[in-house]
Design a protein around this ligand. Sequence first.
Ligand code: 5GP
Length: 141
Amino acid sequence: MAYDTDNIFAKILRGEAPCIKVYEDEHTLAFMDIMPQMDGHTLVIPKQEAETLYDLSETSALACMKTVQHVGKAVAKAMNFEGTTIFQHNGKAAGQTVPHFHFHILPGPIFGAKALKGHAVEFADTDELQAIADKIIACLD
Ligand code: 5GP
């Protein structure tokens, strides 16, 4: 299917929609999920127009993994949690709601976690998200 240039992450990349950024480089952008499933829920996206994992160029795939490593460690440290859960969906049928490739980084478990909120359900307070982003940024190597 053709890439939808009107999707919200494409708008964020073009600067047409806001985001709470934690990291950016030539090929990737990391920012806070606006409807976090737990505190610290962060997204990593490629700048390439790609809907799923299977549409990524080798350069984007490698760059996304590098950014997930970099940001994921900072998310865990900032949220005082020893591990992370990294996941991503490919296609609407698999539960993908924004058709621009992204990794989710969660500082906690998905399975059996009582504190886990629903997927893309509840908007977080912007000031609280910014405060968490500041902590993550401070923990980046
Ligand atoms: P998916 O369902 O595609 O795997 O995940 C999309 C994620 O994007 C969800 O976790 C949802 O909360 C998040 N999201 C949706 N719209 C926005 C937005 O406008 N800004 C940000 N920062 N996150 C968004």
